[in-house]
Design a binder for this molecule. Structure first.
Ligand SMILES: *[C@@H]1O[C@H](CO)[C@@H](O)[C@H](O)[C@H]1NC(C)=O
Ligand SMILES: *[C@@H]1O[C@H](CO)[C@@H](O)[C@H](O)[C@H]1NC(C)=O
Ligand SMILES: *[C@@H]1O[C@H](CO)[C@@H](O)[C@H](O)[C@H]1NC(C)=O
Ligand SMILES: *[C@@H]1O[C@H](CO)[C@@H](O)[C@H](O)[C@H]1NC(C)=O
Length: 304
């Protein structure tokens, strides 16, 4: 009896040891999880509560290096979120060379993002958004991980993959949402003493989904949250609510209802209806749980 149990334990152990290797062999480079890029998540823990079917984790690899992580929704041809470490840019926004993700087409393809060619492969078109989808759409290409939150030129270039992009109203993209990105960057520079983990995502329409080119899902709202576990402990009172975590939701549709983000009717006409509401991490998680019907927890242990 004793002997059999030991044998069983031994063979189970051996099998478990072999599995990762076997898994790689079968699946090539396609990632079933974020195991190659867990560094981009607080305590190496991706958000919990996302139902996994239909989502493809992408470790965003460019020039032989991982730069951030995205969870891609194949049906939407758009990311649900991108997760990254904030690091102020040491230069300008790069010239955009838009890229695609070969892994989404063939599971054994290169794990590096690639620039779009003049003639785009039909298999790429079927699997993901392409620059043509945005032409004439009245939406701009909105970064989840914005290039100006990324330090090196390569880091910034890597954000120009369409798997990091959702259709965003131009006035919202260059207006209130861009302002939020600047505020978060400011808080990082002024008070964050270590790593700032950011997760930024899309919130699709609850009903009456919208698409550009009948292919790419348009978010009704965008959301963002950060976790800075190590910060200046003598914060001015006005800044205290913003640490260690804070979050925001922004209106990507000026005609949306006002339950989630109220409209400031006194705002300049060009940006009216594209308000951003800052809120606690907990409030954002309640909204996400309701709207995505998934009990999402973004940062392990609420980043405490
Ligand atoms: C972008 O490209 C233009 C023309 O190709 C060039 O003049 C400019 O310097 C480039 N900018 C950057 C930031 O690389
Ligand atoms: C771009 O061109 C390269 C080399 O010709 C080819 O391997 C790749 O599949 C092309 N990509 C697309 C999206 O067509
Ligand atoms: C772009 O939109 C305009 C106005 O809606 C339309 O007349 C034109 O045909 C569209 N062009 C393409 C390439 O879809
Ligand atoms: C913390 O913030 C206060 C108030 O802004 C500032 O005076 C102080 O120098 C900061 N301390 C550190 C260690 O950065």
């Amino acid at each position: 009896m004793m002997f059999q149990t030991e044998m069983l334990q031994f063979s189970t152990g051996a099998l478990l040891l072999l599995l990762p290797w076997f898994g790689d062999l079968v699946l090539g480079e396609v990632s079933k999880d974020f195991s190659n890029c867990l560094d981009f998540f607080y305590q190496n823990t991706p958000p919990k509560g996302v139902r996994e079917t239909g989502y493809q984790p992408i470790c965003q690899r460019y020039k032989n290096q991982y730069h951030f992580a995205s969870l891609y929704n194949r049906q939407h041809r758009a990311p649900l979120y991108s997760a990254y470490l904030l690091s102020p840019a040491d230069g300008k926004r790069p010239n955009a060379t838009w890229m695609y993700e070969p892994q989404l087409v063939f599971s054994r393809a290169s794990s590096e993002m690639k620039p779009f060619n003049k003639s785009v492969d039909q298999n790429v078109i079927e699997n993901q958004a392409v620059p043509q989808d945005y032409k004439n759409s009245s939406y701009s290409k909105g970064h989840l991980n914005p290039s100006m939150h990324q330090k090196t030129k390569e880091n910034r270039e890597a954000t120009f993959t369409l798997t990091n992009i959702v259709p965003q109203r131009p006035s919202f993209n260059s207006g209130p949402w861009s302002l939020l990105e600047t505020k978060v960057l400011r808080r990082f520079k002024d008070y964050c003493k270590g790593t700032m983990y950011v997760i930024t995502g899309a919130m699709p329409y609850e009903s009456g989904a919208r698409w550009i080119n009948n292919r790419v899902s348009v978010p009704e709202y965008m959301w963002s949250a950060y976790c800075c576990p190590s910060y200046n402990t003598s914060l001015p009172e006005s800044v205290q609510p913003f640490f260690p975590t804070y979050a925001a939701v922004g209106r990507n549709d000026r005609n949306s209802g006002q339950e989630i983000v109220p409209v400031n009717v006194k705002a300049k006409k060009s940006v009216r209806g594209y308000d951003v509401r800052q809120m606690s991490l907990e409030t954002l998680e309640v909204i996400l749980s309701q709207r995505l019907a998934m009990p999402i927890s973004l940062f392990h242990g609420q980043c405490q």
